[in-house]
Design a binder for this molecule. Structure first.
Ligand code: ASP
Length: 322
């Protein structure tokens, strides 16, 4: 018999219909795990419960919640932790916890469902059974259990609003599990403090004033969703903005709008401006991992050089490539 802590934050899996739409129901998860014949394997174990009050739709998750979960999991004396979570922001919480708990050796599984357990055809039963299978393996890291697969927490994105296969891990192959998750060098012990991160998706005809105002307001870091392998338009205003950012030591992180493949600054002349201002490539990390890692780094460090160094460290499989 193992001892697991179950933290229920909310989400569709434990929701029921109400006049205003699906809404989380207190006690529903526990009563299903205690009494439903489809979940009998869970009965072989000692379960400790922590149910959030109130339970939330995961649209309401904030970075402070990630830190609260980190502290609770770090302090938990058990064989593993299951987090029940809504699917909308599950990828953010998963990535954040993979970073905040890296190096702690904790076994954490995050799951949810596309249809509530109260639905006759809920995918939640399969996801809960799979979660237990993954917990039993005692892998010392954070994984997402969904639709028959164990997924690395720093590599998932929600890509479907309806299908059971709602999560995808582009640029990931299961053969990468054989590699160690990463090496932690940065100290991540600080508590959460808010920081302004700017994200801009480039598109033809894009006005530049949004990006300029982020620099004028001294945002802590900018993330650019660029074309292809890291290309940007040739534009005087964009050049001025990026040079100003560089003068103000605001680091610029470069992603691709493509789902698959890496960023390669310098491959095309159209990325030379980014190389000249010292922009940092994000490899093939999903946006969720980039944003959570940067929020955690900006909360930890005041200096941009520490944020960049920490970003480039491999912590939780986010830099592993095919
Ligand atoms: N809106 C829900 C949530 O993220 C969706 C879900 O759980 O699937 O909480």
């Amino acid at each position: 018999m193992s001892h697991y802590l179950i933290i229920n934050t909310g989400g569709t899996i434990g929701m029921a219909d109400t006049p205003s739409g699906l809404s989380p129901q207190a006690g529903l998860m526990k009563s299903r795990l205690d009494g439903d014949s489809r979940l009998t394997n869970w009965k072989e174990h000692r379960l400790s419960w922590h149910e959030w009050q109130p339970l939330i739709d995961s649209s309401n998750i904030r970075p402070g919640h990630w830190y609260h979960l980190r502290d609770q999991i770090a302090a938990a004396d058990c064989d593993g932790v299951l987090i029940i979570h809504g699917t909308d922001t599950l990828a953010y919480t998963a990535a954040a916890l993979s970073f905040l708990l890296c190096g702690t050796g904790k076994t954490v599984v995050i799951t949810g469902a596309m249809r509530p357990l109260t639905h006759p055809d809920s995918d939640g039963y399969g996801n809960l059974a799979l979660s237990l299978e993954i917990l039993r393996k005692r892998q010392p890291e954070v994984c997402v259990a969904f639709n028959g697969r164990s997924l690395p927490a720093s590599r998932v994105s929600k890509v479907d609003t309806e299908a059971d296969s709602a999560f995808m891990t582009p640029n990931w192959s299961d053969s990468l599990w054989a590699q160690p998750p990463g090496k932690v060098k940065s100290d991540l012990s600080r508590s959460w403090r808010p920081c302004a991160l700017g994200v801009q998706t480039l598109f033809p005809g894009m006005p530049m004033d949004g990006l300029m105002s982020m620099v004028e307001r001294n945002y802590r870091a900018l993330v650019l969703n660029t074309y292809g392998s890291g290309n940007v338009m040739t534009d005087d205003a964009l050049q001025r903005i990026l040079e100003k950012a560089s003068l103000q030591s605001i680091p610029v992180f470069v992603r691709s709008q493509c789902l698959f493949g890496d960023v390669h600054l310098g491959q095309y002349a159209a990325s030379s401006l980014l190389s000249e201002v010292g922009a940092v490539a994000c490899g093939s990390m999903p946006l969720e991992a980039v944003l959570t890692k940067l929020q955690i780094l900006c909360a930890q460090f005041n200096q941009s050089k520490d944020v960049i160094n920490g970003f480039n460290e491999p912590w939780a499989r986010e830099w592993q490539s095919l």
